[in-house]
Design a protein around this ligand. Structure first.
Ligand code: PMP
Length: 407
Protein backbone atom coordinates (compact mmCIF):
# COMPACT_ATOMS: atom_id res chain seq x y z
CA UNK A 1 0.00 0.00 0.00
CA UNK A 2 2.15 2.84 -1.30
CA UNK A 3 -0.19 5.54 0.02
CA UNK A 4 -0.20 4.09 3.49
CA UNK A 5 2.86 3.50 5.68
CA UNK A 6 1.37 1.56 8.57
CA UNK A 7 4.66 1.34 10.46
CA UNK A 8 5.03 5.12 10.45
CA UNK A 9 1.42 5.50 11.53
CA UNK A 10 1.88 3.06 14.41
CA UNK A 11 4.59 5.27 15.88
CA UNK A 12 1.89 7.93 16.40
CA UNK A 13 0.07 5.67 18.90
CA UNK A 14 2.12 5.19 22.09
CA UNK A 15 -0.25 2.59 23.55
CA UNK A 16 0.59 0.16 20.74
CA UNK A 17 3.94 -0.39 22.51
CA UNK A 18 2.19 -1.80 25.58
CA UNK A 19 2.94 -5.38 26.49
CA UNK A 20 0.20 -7.73 27.63
CA UNK A 21 1.10 -11.15 29.02
CA UNK A 22 4.63 -10.65 27.73
CA UNK A 23 3.50 -9.95 24.15
CA UNK A 24 3.16 -6.72 22.24
CA UNK A 25 -0.45 -5.54 22.45
CA UNK A 26 -2.68 -6.21 19.44
CA UNK A 27 -5.64 -3.83 19.60
CA UNK A 28 -8.52 -5.51 17.79
CA UNK A 29 -11.26 -3.85 19.85
CA UNK A 30 -11.62 -0.77 17.68
CA UNK A 31 -15.40 -1.04 17.34
CA UNK A 32 -15.64 -0.58 21.13
CA UNK A 33 -13.14 2.27 21.21
CA UNK A 34 -10.08 3.40 19.29
CA UNK A 35 -6.62 4.30 20.56
CA UNK A 36 -5.38 7.90 20.60
CA UNK A 37 -2.47 9.32 18.61
CA UNK A 38 0.11 11.42 20.47
CA UNK A 39 -1.21 14.59 18.77
CA UNK A 40 -4.58 14.13 20.49
CA UNK A 41 -3.02 13.39 23.88
CA UNK A 42 -0.78 16.46 23.45
CA UNK A 43 -3.62 18.69 22.31
CA UNK A 44 -5.74 17.96 25.40
CA UNK A 45 -2.69 18.42 27.62
CA UNK A 46 -1.82 21.73 25.87
CA UNK A 47 -5.35 22.95 26.49
CA UNK A 48 -5.04 22.42 30.24
CA UNK A 49 -1.55 23.91 30.33
CA UNK A 50 -2.14 27.02 28.24
CA UNK A 51 -5.78 27.66 27.44
CA UNK A 52 -8.03 26.34 30.19
CA UNK A 53 -11.03 28.54 30.93
CA UNK A 54 -14.77 28.40 30.69
CA UNK A 55 -15.96 29.63 27.31
CA UNK A 56 -18.13 32.38 25.86
CA UNK A 57 -18.44 34.21 29.16
CA UNK A 58 -15.51 36.30 30.23
CA UNK A 59 -13.51 39.22 28.91
CA UNK A 60 -10.13 37.75 29.83
CA UNK A 61 -7.48 36.26 27.57
CA UNK A 62 -7.83 32.60 28.50
CA UNK A 63 -11.59 32.68 27.93
CA UNK A 64 -10.87 33.92 24.43
CA UNK A 65 -8.26 31.18 23.86
CA UNK A 66 -10.56 28.44 25.15
CA UNK A 67 -13.51 29.75 23.15
CA UNK A 68 -11.41 29.95 19.99
CA UNK A 69 -10.10 26.41 20.48
CA UNK A 70 -13.60 25.04 21.10
CA UNK A 71 -15.11 26.83 18.10
CA UNK A 72 -12.20 25.79 15.88
CA UNK A 73 -12.94 22.21 16.85
CA UNK A 74 -16.55 22.75 15.84
CA UNK A 75 -15.36 24.04 12.46
CA UNK A 76 -13.16 20.94 12.09
CA UNK A 77 -16.16 18.67 12.75
CA UNK A 78 -18.18 20.70 10.23
CA UNK A 79 -15.50 20.29 7.57
CA UNK A 80 -14.99 16.60 8.36
CA UNK A 81 -18.64 15.70 7.78
CA UNK A 82 -19.19 18.47 5.19
CA UNK A 83 -21.99 20.19 7.10
CA UNK A 84 -23.09 23.50 5.52
CA UNK A 85 -22.63 25.50 8.74
CA UNK A 86 -20.98 25.27 12.16
CA UNK A 87 -24.39 26.15 13.59
CA UNK A 88 -25.50 22.67 12.61
CA UNK A 89 -22.84 20.94 14.73
CA UNK A 90 -23.82 20.36 18.36
CA UNK A 91 -21.30 18.96 20.81
CA UNK A 92 -22.71 16.12 22.91
CA UNK A 93 -21.29 13.33 25.07
CA UNK A 94 -21.44 10.83 22.24
CA UNK A 95 -23.74 8.87 19.96
CA UNK A 96 -25.96 7.74 22.82
CA UNK A 97 -26.55 11.26 24.06
CA UNK A 98 -27.14 12.54 20.53
CA UNK A 99 -29.85 9.96 19.83
CA UNK A 100 -31.50 10.61 23.20
CA UNK A 101 -31.43 14.34 22.52
CA UNK A 102 -33.25 13.88 19.21
CA UNK A 103 -35.77 11.45 20.74
CA UNK A 104 -36.53 13.74 23.66
CA UNK A 105 -36.86 16.95 21.65
CA UNK A 106 -37.68 16.40 17.98
CA UNK A 107 -39.33 13.07 18.78
CA UNK A 108 -41.56 14.39 21.53
CA UNK A 109 -42.71 17.27 19.38
CA UNK A 110 -43.40 15.32 16.20
CA UNK A 111 -44.59 11.87 17.27
CA UNK A 112 -48.04 10.91 18.43
CA UNK A 113 -50.43 7.99 18.79
CA UNK A 114 -50.14 5.57 15.87
CA UNK A 115 -47.16 7.28 14.24
CA UNK A 116 -44.32 4.95 13.30
CA UNK A 117 -40.58 4.90 13.85
CA UNK A 118 -38.58 2.53 11.66
CA UNK A 119 -35.24 1.11 12.80
CA UNK A 120 -33.23 -1.79 11.37
CA UNK A 121 -32.58 -5.19 12.90
CA UNK A 122 -28.87 -4.24 13.01
CA UNK A 123 -29.16 -1.47 15.56
CA UNK A 124 -27.06 -0.94 18.66
CA UNK A 125 -29.15 -0.68 21.84
CA UNK A 126 -28.46 3.08 21.78
CA UNK A 127 -30.55 3.27 18.60
CA UNK A 128 -33.37 1.09 19.95
CA UNK A 129 -34.01 1.99 23.58
CA UNK A 130 -34.55 5.78 23.19
CA UNK A 131 -37.17 5.07 20.49
CA UNK A 132 -38.89 2.45 22.65
CA UNK A 133 -39.04 4.99 25.46
CA UNK A 134 -40.47 7.56 23.06
CA UNK A 135 -43.09 5.05 21.84
CA UNK A 136 -44.15 4.37 25.43
CA UNK A 137 -44.56 8.08 26.07
CA UNK A 138 -46.33 8.99 22.84
CA UNK A 139 -48.18 5.87 21.67
CA UNK A 140 -46.03 5.68 18.56
CA UNK A 141 -45.09 2.26 17.18
CA UNK A 142 -41.60 0.86 16.50
CA UNK A 143 -41.12 -1.09 13.24
CA UNK A 144 -38.06 -3.15 12.33
CA UNK A 145 -36.43 -3.59 8.91
CA UNK A 146 -35.35 -7.23 8.55
CA UNK A 147 -31.95 -8.33 7.21
CA UNK A 148 -30.97 -11.25 4.98
CA UNK A 149 -28.71 -14.14 6.03
CA UNK A 150 -25.59 -12.12 5.19
CA UNK A 151 -26.67 -9.37 7.58
CA UNK A 152 -27.66 -6.89 4.89
CA UNK A 153 -30.84 -4.77 4.92
CA UNK A 154 -33.73 -6.18 2.86
CA UNK A 155 -34.63 -3.12 0.83
CA UNK A 156 -37.96 -4.46 -0.49
CA UNK A 157 -39.08 -5.18 3.07
CA UNK A 158 -37.92 -1.74 4.11
CA UNK A 159 -39.95 -0.18 1.28
CA UNK A 160 -43.07 -1.98 2.53
CA UNK A 161 -42.61 -0.49 6.02
CA UNK A 162 -42.56 3.07 4.68
CA UNK A 163 -46.05 4.54 4.81
CA UNK A 164 -47.76 7.84 5.53
CA UNK A 165 -47.49 6.89 9.23
CA UNK A 166 -43.69 6.75 9.15
CA UNK A 167 -42.33 9.87 10.84
CA UNK A 168 -38.74 8.81 11.43
CA UNK A 169 -36.28 6.22 10.15
CA UNK A 170 -33.23 5.70 12.36
CA UNK A 171 -30.50 3.29 11.34
CA UNK A 172 -26.79 2.65 11.38
CA UNK A 173 -24.37 3.22 8.53
CA UNK A 174 -22.15 0.36 9.75
CA UNK A 175 -23.25 -2.42 12.11
CA UNK A 176 -21.05 -2.67 15.20
CA UNK A 177 -21.91 -6.36 15.62
CA UNK A 178 -21.51 -7.60 12.02
CA UNK A 179 -19.68 -4.87 10.11
CA UNK A 180 -22.44 -4.55 7.48
CA UNK A 181 -22.26 -1.29 5.54
CA UNK A 182 -25.89 -0.36 4.89
CA UNK A 183 -26.96 1.39 1.65
CA UNK A 184 -27.49 4.59 3.63
CA UNK A 185 -27.89 7.10 0.81
CA UNK A 186 -30.51 4.99 -0.94
CA UNK A 187 -32.35 4.26 2.32
CA UNK A 188 -32.44 7.95 3.22
CA UNK A 189 -33.89 8.84 -0.20
CA UNK A 190 -36.54 6.13 0.24
CA UNK A 191 -37.53 7.53 3.65
CA UNK A 192 -37.74 11.04 2.27
CA UNK A 193 -40.02 9.91 -0.56
CA UNK A 194 -42.34 8.61 2.17
CA UNK A 195 -42.16 11.98 3.96
CA UNK A 196 -40.12 10.71 6.94
CA UNK A 197 -37.07 12.27 8.56
CA UNK A 198 -33.89 10.21 8.98
CA UNK A 199 -31.30 9.84 11.73
CA UNK A 200 -28.13 8.11 10.58
CA UNK A 201 -25.96 6.51 13.29
CA UNK A 202 -22.37 7.14 12.22
CA UNK A 203 -20.69 5.69 15.33
CA UNK A 204 -19.07 2.85 13.35
CA UNK A 205 -18.76 4.52 9.98
CA UNK A 206 -17.02 7.90 10.48
CA UNK A 207 -13.59 6.37 11.04
CA UNK A 208 -13.78 4.02 8.06
CA UNK A 209 -15.29 5.97 5.15
CA UNK A 210 -15.82 9.51 3.96
CA UNK A 211 -18.81 11.22 5.56
CA UNK A 212 -20.67 13.85 3.56
CA UNK A 213 -23.92 14.72 5.30
CA UNK A 214 -25.05 16.79 2.32
CA UNK A 215 -24.64 13.94 -0.16
CA UNK A 216 -26.21 11.50 2.29
CA UNK A 217 -29.00 14.03 2.86
CA UNK A 218 -29.58 12.74 6.41
CA UNK A 219 -31.67 14.99 8.64
CA UNK A 220 -29.53 13.98 11.63
CA UNK A 221 -26.08 12.41 11.71
CA UNK A 222 -24.48 11.37 15.01
CA UNK A 223 -21.10 10.00 16.09
CA UNK A 224 -18.76 9.53 19.08
CA UNK A 225 -15.28 11.03 19.28
CA UNK A 226 -13.76 8.03 21.03
CA UNK A 227 -14.44 5.78 18.05
CA UNK A 228 -12.45 8.06 15.76
CA UNK A 229 -9.20 8.38 17.73
CA UNK A 230 -10.53 11.22 19.90
CA UNK A 231 -11.29 11.40 23.62
CA UNK A 232 -14.20 9.75 25.41
CA UNK A 233 -17.14 11.87 26.55
CA UNK A 234 -17.38 13.97 23.39
CA UNK A 235 -19.28 13.50 20.15
CA UNK A 236 -21.40 15.43 17.71
CA UNK A 237 -24.96 15.76 16.57
CA UNK A 238 -25.46 17.23 13.10
CA UNK A 239 -28.92 18.37 12.04
CA UNK A 240 -30.39 20.09 9.01
CA UNK A 241 -30.84 23.80 9.71
CA UNK A 242 -34.64 23.88 9.43
CA UNK A 243 -34.99 20.73 11.53
CA UNK A 244 -32.81 22.15 14.32
CA UNK A 245 -34.60 25.49 14.20
CA UNK A 246 -37.93 23.79 14.74
CA UNK A 247 -36.61 21.53 17.53
CA UNK A 248 -37.41 22.34 21.17
CA UNK A 249 -34.58 22.75 23.68
CA UNK A 250 -33.63 19.74 25.81
CA UNK A 251 -31.69 20.60 28.97
CA UNK A 252 -32.04 24.12 30.32
CA UNK A 253 -29.28 26.12 31.99
CA UNK A 254 -26.43 28.44 31.28
CA UNK A 255 -24.87 28.93 27.85
CA UNK A 256 -28.11 28.16 25.99
CA UNK A 257 -30.08 31.30 26.84
CA UNK A 258 -30.25 34.80 25.45
CA UNK A 259 -32.32 36.25 28.26
CA UNK A 260 -33.90 34.91 31.43
CA UNK A 261 -36.55 36.43 33.67
CA UNK A 262 -38.69 34.47 36.09
CA UNK A 263 -41.55 34.87 33.66
CA UNK A 264 -39.87 33.86 30.43
CA UNK A 265 -36.63 32.60 28.88
CA UNK A 266 -35.42 33.35 25.37
CA UNK A 267 -33.09 30.72 23.99
CA UNK A 268 -30.12 31.12 21.72
CA UNK A 269 -30.30 29.52 18.29
CA UNK A 270 -28.49 26.22 17.61
CA UNK A 271 -25.90 25.08 18.48
CA UNK A 272 -25.86 26.94 21.84
CA UNK A 273 -29.54 26.13 22.40
CA UNK A 274 -28.63 22.46 22.75
CA UNK A 275 -25.43 22.91 24.77
CA UNK A 276 -26.72 23.80 28.24
CA UNK A 277 -24.11 24.13 30.96
CA UNK A 278 -20.33 23.80 30.77
CA UNK A 279 -19.56 21.20 28.15
CA UNK A 280 -16.56 18.97 27.63
CA UNK A 281 -14.40 21.77 26.27
CA UNK A 282 -10.98 20.11 26.42
CA UNK A 283 -12.16 16.90 24.81
CA UNK A 284 -13.97 18.78 22.05
CA UNK A 285 -10.61 20.37 21.28
CA UNK A 286 -9.06 16.88 21.39
CA UNK A 287 -11.70 15.63 18.95
CA UNK A 288 -10.76 18.43 16.57
CA UNK A 289 -7.13 17.26 16.71
CA UNK A 290 -8.20 13.65 16.05
CA UNK A 291 -10.21 14.61 12.97
CA UNK A 292 -7.33 16.70 11.64
CA UNK A 293 -5.05 13.70 12.13
CA UNK A 294 -7.43 11.52 10.08
CA UNK A 295 -7.62 14.24 7.42
CA UNK A 296 -3.82 14.22 7.15
CA UNK A 297 -3.74 10.44 6.64
CA UNK A 298 -6.61 10.68 4.17
CA UNK A 299 -9.82 8.78 4.78
CA UNK A 300 -9.69 7.17 1.31
CA UNK A 301 -6.17 5.82 2.05
CA UNK A 302 -7.43 4.50 5.38
CA UNK A 303 -10.47 2.87 3.78
CA UNK A 304 -8.39 1.16 1.07
CA UNK A 305 -5.84 -0.21 3.54
CA UNK A 306 -8.50 -1.41 5.98
CA UNK A 307 -10.48 -3.05 3.19
CA UNK A 308 -7.41 -5.07 2.17
CA UNK A 309 -6.81 -6.09 5.79
CA UNK A 310 -10.43 -7.13 6.21
CA UNK A 311 -10.32 -9.26 3.04
CA UNK A 312 -7.09 -10.90 4.19
CA UNK A 313 -8.48 -11.69 7.64
CA UNK A 314 -11.80 -12.92 6.22
CA UNK A 315 -10.08 -15.33 3.83
CA UNK A 316 -7.86 -16.70 6.60
CA UNK A 317 -10.76 -17.15 9.01
CA UNK A 318 -12.83 -18.96 6.38
CA UNK A 319 -10.06 -21.60 6.28
CA UNK A 320 -10.44 -22.43 9.97
CA UNK A 321 -12.60 -25.49 10.54
CA UNK A 322 -15.66 -24.97 12.77
CA UNK A 323 -15.32 -21.21 12.67
CA UNK A 324 -18.59 -19.54 11.69
CA UNK A 325 -18.28 -15.99 10.46
CA UNK A 326 -21.44 -14.06 11.34
CA UNK A 327 -22.04 -11.15 9.02
CA UNK A 328 -21.00 -11.91 5.45
CA UNK A 329 -22.49 -8.97 3.58
CA UNK A 330 -20.69 -7.86 0.42
CA UNK A 331 -20.12 -4.41 1.85
CA UNK A 332 -18.47 -4.55 5.24
CA UNK A 333 -16.13 -2.43 7.33
CA UNK A 334 -13.74 -3.34 10.14
CA UNK A 335 -15.74 -5.99 11.99
CA UNK A 336 -15.17 -9.78 11.97
CA UNK A 337 -17.77 -11.40 14.24
CA UNK A 338 -17.56 -15.15 14.70
CA UNK A 339 -18.37 -18.21 16.76
CA UNK A 340 -15.99 -21.14 17.21
CA UNK A 341 -17.61 -24.52 17.71
CA UNK A 342 -16.85 -26.09 21.09
CA UNK A 343 -16.02 -22.77 22.75
CA UNK A 344 -17.83 -20.00 24.57
CA UNK A 345 -17.03 -16.57 23.14
CA UNK A 346 -15.48 -15.60 26.48
CA UNK A 347 -13.08 -18.57 26.27
CA UNK A 348 -11.87 -17.51 22.84
CA UNK A 349 -11.47 -13.93 24.08
CA UNK A 350 -9.46 -15.14 27.06
CA UNK A 351 -7.22 -17.33 24.88
CA UNK A 352 -6.50 -14.37 22.60
CA UNK A 353 -5.83 -12.13 25.60
CA UNK A 354 -3.25 -14.67 26.80
CA UNK A 355 -1.36 -13.81 23.60
CA UNK A 356 -1.80 -10.06 24.06
CA UNK A 357 -4.64 -9.80 21.53
CA UNK A 358 -7.60 -7.66 22.61
CA UNK A 359 -10.99 -8.56 21.10
CA UNK A 360 -14.53 -8.11 22.35
CA UNK A 361 -16.56 -11.17 23.26
CA UNK A 362 -20.17 -10.66 24.22
CA UNK A 363 -23.38 -9.29 22.80
CA UNK A 364 -21.86 -5.94 21.69
CA UNK A 365 -24.96 -4.03 22.88
CA UNK A 366 -26.78 -5.39 19.84
CA UNK A 367 -28.70 -8.41 21.15
CA UNK A 368 -31.50 -8.44 18.53
CA UNK A 369 -29.14 -8.88 15.58
CA UNK A 370 -27.10 -11.64 17.26
CA UNK A 371 -30.33 -13.50 18.09
CA UNK A 372 -31.34 -13.14 14.44
CA UNK A 373 -28.33 -15.38 13.76
CA UNK A 374 -29.17 -17.78 16.60
CA UNK A 375 -26.41 -16.73 18.99
CA UNK A 376 -26.29 -14.76 22.24
CA UNK A 377 -22.65 -13.70 21.87
CA UNK A 378 -19.82 -13.64 19.36
CA UNK A 379 -16.10 -13.03 19.38
CA UNK A 380 -15.54 -9.72 17.62
CA UNK A 381 -12.14 -8.59 16.35
CA UNK A 382 -12.50 -5.13 14.77
CA UNK A 383 -9.80 -3.40 12.75
CA UNK A 384 -8.37 0.09 12.46
CA UNK A 385 -5.71 1.51 10.16
CA UNK A 386 -2.89 0.91 12.67
CA UNK A 387 -3.47 -2.86 12.53
CA UNK A 388 -1.20 -5.05 10.41
CA UNK A 389 -1.15 -8.31 8.47
CA UNK A 390 1.26 -9.67 11.10
CA UNK A 391 -1.26 -9.00 13.84
CA UNK A 392 -3.93 -10.87 11.89
CA UNK A 393 -1.52 -13.78 11.46
CA UNK A 394 -0.96 -13.84 15.23
CA UNK A 395 -4.71 -14.05 15.82
CA UNK A 396 -5.20 -16.72 13.15
CA UNK A 397 -2.48 -18.87 14.76
CA UNK A 398 -4.36 -18.85 18.09
CA UNK A 399 -7.68 -19.60 16.42
CA UNK A 400 -6.18 -22.48 14.42
CA UNK A 401 -4.77 -23.95 17.63
CA UNK A 402 -8.13 -23.68 19.43
CA UNK A 403 -9.95 -25.17 16.43
CA UNK A 404 -7.52 -28.09 16.26
CA UNK A 405 -8.38 -29.22 19.82
CA UNK A 406 -11.98 -29.77 18.75
CA UNK A 407 -11.26 -31.04 15.23
N1 PMP B 1 -24.26 3.06 17.76
C1 PMP B 1 -23.34 2.19 17.32
C2 PMP B 1 -23.50 1.59 15.96
C3 PMP B 1 -22.26 1.88 18.14
O1 PMP B 1 -21.35 1.01 17.71
C4 PMP B 1 -22.13 2.49 19.41
C5 PMP B 1 -20.97 2.17 20.33
N2 PMP B 1 -20.66 0.79 20.43
C6 PMP B 1 -23.11 3.39 19.81
C7 PMP B 1 -24.16 3.65 18.96
C8 PMP B 1 -23.05 4.07 21.14
O2 PMP B 1 -21.95 4.91 21.18
P1 PMP B 1 -21.48 5.58 22.56
O3 PMP B 1 -21.40 4.45 23.56
O4 PMP B 1 -20.14 6.15 22.23
O5 PMP B 1 -22.49 6.60 22.92
Amino acid sequence: HPAFDVHAVRRDFPILNERVNGRQLVWFDNAATTQKPQVVIDRVSYFYQHENSNIHRAAHALAARATDAYEEARETVRRFINAPSVNQVIFVRGTTEAINLVAKTWGKKHLGQGDEIVVSHLEHHANIVPWQQLCQETGAVLKVIPVDDSGQILLEEYQKLLTAKTKLVSFTQVSNALGTVTPAQEMIAMAHRAGAKVLLDGAQSVSHMRTDVQTLDADFFVFSGHKIFGPTGIGALYGKADVLQDMPAWQGGGNMIQDVTFEKTVYHAAPAKFEAGTGNIADAVGLGAALQYVERLGIENIAAYEHALLEYATAAMCQIPNLRLIGTAKHKASVLSFALKGYQSEEVGAALNEEGIAVRSGHHCAQPILRRFGVETTVRPSLAFYNTYDEIDRMITVLQRLASYHA
